[in-house]
Design a protein around this ligand. Structure first.
Ligand code: GLU
Length: 431
């Protein structure tokens, strides 16, 4: 036997890929990769009624999306013969017996202990669990049994899972002993808690990785964020890629206490990773979050769209935020003319005069030099002289129809000379 580290994630496909499962998978992945080992994905679908193919797909896609590629794949529903063989072994050795239909394990009712890498020595009196059921019949093994047979068959050396499984472990230890298998090492991770310290659940918001994906969280941000739930590298690094996490990972640094799931923290990570993206790549990702009509424009005018993406990159927290407040890049803004009145100005005629002046300045620029810098240079002195609000407020409204928007010079630079002047002329006509 080699000493190669082998870990596994063993999800039951009875629901969408949960963020807690993602974290357990990540820790298993990191530990295996750190030690040059192997990471196994085992779908625990012995519960035929509750297991669904669509959930299995969701879990597999989610793991791939996060970059947690597995080295081996198994599905418990395809391993019936193996479980049957081991069930028969226990029955023939009188370590299990049939009770009506069910197969029960003959519990020696003794104290067992195991060492947990995170929590130290744990001892249990197994008398409390009695002769527990290990299979409904020879073709229908239950979790406690299948997990032990599989972890042993697959050579799993480290069982890293949520601490809700601690109370199951004594049963597993009894089965290991009954078979004469060597125990794996255990590491039970602290539960993920909501900010109010209760168990994280749907009422706290999204809990499935797919939900986060759909809202436009980036996989790098989720991986980085969940790595830090219950673990940190022991220095002040916060932004870490998957390979940096592999490099620094150690189970010994995992904390014992419940770990808080803090959405603001996730948002912070997401913003950081969005800003790191190259604009063209980000632009392509963002198109999917646009209403169809805008998406068509974005596809046809890539340069234009990438400029918008570059501008919005600083603002958005998640990709789905893109559709808020950018309508004016795709549709001529519609607004009440009263909006063109700067709060300190006397009347709209003032706005009109300033807008006419701006058109004259902009007409002196040629279309090629219509960058936000050129535009600013052309207008700035006049704006300083007349009062910035007086000049720039109506300009902003003319271009965007909004009270709040990015810098109007940036907006004009993206819209281009023709469109910018046409919008200002529209505003003048309104007055
Ligand atoms: N199928 C179990 C679950 O989803 C796996 C538990 C384990 O890792 O042993 O909770």
């Amino acid at each position: 036997m080699s000493n190669k580290v082998i870990t596994r994630i063993a999800p039951s496909p009875t629901g969408l890929f949960h963020i807690g499962t993602a974290r357990t998978a990540l820790f298993n992945y990191l530990y295996a990769m750190k030690h040059g080992g192997k990471f196994i994905l085992r779908v625990e679908d012995t519960d035929k009624e509750r297991s669904k193919k669509e959930y299995e797909e969701d879990i597999l896609n989610g793991l791939k999306w996060l970059g947690l590629e597995w080295d081996e794949f198994y599905r418990q529903s395809e391993r019936g013969e193996i479980y049957k063989k081991y069930l028969q072994q226990l029955l023939s050795e009188n370590k299990a017996y049939l009770d009506g239909n069910a197969v029960r394990f003959r519990n020696p009712n003794k104290k067992v202990s195991f060492k947990d890498i995170i929590r130290g020595d744990i001892e249990f009196d197994t008398a409390d669990v009695g002769d527990f059921v290990i299979a409904k019949d020879l073709d229908t093994p239950l979790y406690h049994f299948a997990v032990v047979v599989d972890d042993n068959e697959m050579g799993v050396t480290h069982v890293i899972r949520g601490e809700d499984h601690i109370s199951n472990t004594p049963r597993h230890v009894l089965l290991y002993e009954a078979f004469g298998f060597a125990l794996p090492q255990y590491a039970h991770l602290p539960l993920i808690l909501a900010p109010d310290k209760s168990k994280l659940s749907k009422r706290h918001g999204a809990v499935s990785v797919t939900d986060y994906k759909e809202q436009g969280y980036l996989p790098e941000a989720i991986v980085n964020f969940i790595a830090f739930i219950g673990w940190n590298p022991g220095d002040n690094r916060e932004i870490m890629s998957l390979s940096e996490l592999v490099e620094s990972f150690s189970l010994e640094k995992a904390q014992k206490g419940g770990a808080i799931f803090n959405t603001e923290r996730l948002d912070w990570y997401n913003k950081e990773y969005i800003r790191k993206k190259a604009t063209a790549e980000l632009g392509e990702m963002l198109v999917k979050y646009l209403p169809e009509k805008w998406a068509e424009v974005a596809e046809q005018r890539k340069d234009y769209w990438y400029k918008i993406a570059e501008l919005e990159k600083e603002r958005i927290t998640k990709l789905s935020d893109i559709k808020e407040g950018i309508g004016y890049f795709f549709e001529t803004p519609d607004y009440d003319k009263k909006l063109l009145l700067w709060k300190k100005a006397e009347n709209l005629d003032e706005s009109k005069t300033h807008l006419e002046k701006i058109v004259a300045f902009l007409n002196s620029l040629n279309s090629e030099d219509f960058t936000s810098r050129d535009i600013k240079e052309a207008i700035w002195n006049y704006a300083e002289e007349q009062g910035r609000g007086n000049v720039l407020w109506p300009l902003r409204v003319a271009l965007t129809g909004l009270e709040k928007s990015p810098d109007p010079f940036l907006v004009a630079g993206i819209l281009g000379k023709e469109e910018t002047i046409s919008r200002i002329n529209n505003a003048i006509k309104k007055i």
